[in-house]
Design a protein around this ligand. Structure first.
Ligand SMILES: *[C@@H]1O[C@H](CO)[C@@H](O)[C@H](O)[C@H]1NC(C)=O
Ligand SMILES: *[C@@H]1O[C@H](CO)[C@@H](O)[C@H](O)[C@H]1NC(C)=O
Ligand SMILES: *[C@@H]1O[C@H](CO)[C@@H](O)[C@H](O)[C@H]1NC(C)=O
Ligand SMILES: *[C@@H]1O[C@H](CO)[C@@H](O)[C@H](O)[C@H]1NC(C)=O
Length: 352
């Protein structure tokens, strides 16, 4: 390529001050890793705490400029069908395209979000490990100080048939975002509504990662800022909600029988529900029952400050790298007093 072509392809900085287009290089001890799915609610984040924003919505130059002004990284989303990148040339082409996009958008890295089923030892298994390693090498080389993260299921034990080489992947990238939610994606026992992220199951799974000798300083705990709303086929006297059998990756039922609902929606429903807020001691999670306009009974399981607190505490006690959430946009950031108080109660867990 001639220098002329290079000059023509150089991106124009969209920020008011050109230095805001410089990628972030500094490292902070504690990660607060936020997934942003679009819109402008990022304006309400507490930017003195946010360290990384993974942008899953459309590119927002204003968000990039703002994050950089606060010393926070903004990273791309990375997803590709694994069967396409078993081929080395295809893999390199994908990585080059992502690095170039990051450069033209002044981004600080990439979050690789591959949630596909993979069989241990298959071509896709090895291709995925290589993808993470080669992506990290390319980003670090081309964008000094950039960050490459990889999203993993709540447990390394082949959840949703995601039998990845977790140890090699952890070693190859900067951090793993542990998605400590959707823990009912494969229900093997009774088909009933249960907590999105039961406490002891959630915490035991971190020990599974640590038992693989994965460095705790590479793990970010991902919390759900949403819950599941299940239509009940039957609500028993004891309050057990039977759910429709929706199979998923080898399990007879799953949380796909329910619908994900934001914390904002949940907080608007709970007080006027049939039951009000209930608490399950075994799973250490809140839930409630409500009747919809057609008379159908639903059970909603979610997380709130009481269920999040012991999880956030263990970030510190287990020496993890930080905390994050799916997703940053779904709190109620309005000015209304009750909303402000509820949102502040959740946001307190960012600081540790
Ligand atoms: C943002 O976080 C900082 C550091 O923890 C804290 O001092 C400040 O009160 C927070 N701001 C708001 C608006 O919550
Ligand atoms: C390369 O990737 C494309 C999609 O980008 C796919 O259609 C094609 O089959 C892949 N080739 C190989 C050899 O995997
Ligand atoms: C529904 O719940 C009621 C009350 O607990 C129980 O008597 C009944 O057997 C249940 N029906 C089904 C189909 O599970
Ligand atoms: C719901 O009830 C709780 C407990 O009584 C209260 O603290 C909260 O403000 C109420 N929420 C709304 C939206 O009114």
């Amino acid at each position: 390529m001639s220098p002329v072509v290079l000059a023509c392809s150089a991106a124009v900085c969209p920020c008011e001050r050109p230095e805001l287009c410089q990628q972030i290089r500094g490292e902070r001890d504690f990660e607060v890793f936020v997934f942003d799915v679009g819109g402008k609610t990022w304006k309400s984040y507490n930017w003195s705490m946010v360290t990384t924003v993974a942008t899953f919505g459309k590119y927002d130059a204003e968000l990039m400029c703002h994050a950089h002004s606060k010393g926070a990284r903004v990273v791309l989303k990375g997803d590709v069908p694994l069967s396409d990148i078993v081929d080395q040339e295809n893999r390199t082409a994908w990585i080059t395209e992502r690095v170039n996009l990051a450069k033209t958008q002044f981004m600080d890295g990439i979050n690789i979000d591959i949630e596909q089923a993979v069989e241990e030892g298959s071509p896709e298994y090895h291709a995925l490990t290589s993808l993470v390693k080669e992506t990290t090498e390319a980003f670090h080389r081309e964008i000094p100080g950039s960050q490459v993260s990889f999203d993993v299921a709540w447990s390394p034990k082949c959840i949703d048939k995601r039998c990845y080489d977790y140890v090699a992947i952890a070693e190859s990238c900067d951090l793993l975002f542990v998605m400590s939610y959707d823990e009912q994606s494969q229900i093997m026992g009774d088909c009933i509504a249960m907590a999105n992220a039961p406490l002891s199951q959630t915490l035991n799974a971190y020990d599974q990662y640590l038992n693989l000798k994965i460095d705790p300083n590479k793990l970010v705990m991902g919390l759900p800022w949403y819950g599941y709303d299940y239509p009940c086929l039957n609500l028993s006297q004891e309050g057990i909600c039977s759910i429709a059998k929706v199979p998923f990756r080898g399990a007879p039922c799953s949380d796909a029988a329910g619908r994900q609902k934001s914390y904002k929606w949940i907080m608007k429903q709970v007080n006027s529900s049939l039951s009000g807020r209930l608490w399950d001691d075994r799973q250490q999670a809140p839930y409630f029952n409500y009747k919809d306009e057609k008379g159908q009974i639903h059970q909603v399981w979610y997380d709130d400050p009481q269920s999040i607190c012991p999880k956030a505490d263990s970030v510190k006690s287990k020496g993890l790298r930080g905390i994050g959430m799916w997703n940053g946009n779904i709190l109620d950031y309005s000015d209304e007093a009750v909303a402000r108080q509820q949102t502040a109660a959740i946001l307190q867990f960012w600081k540790y």
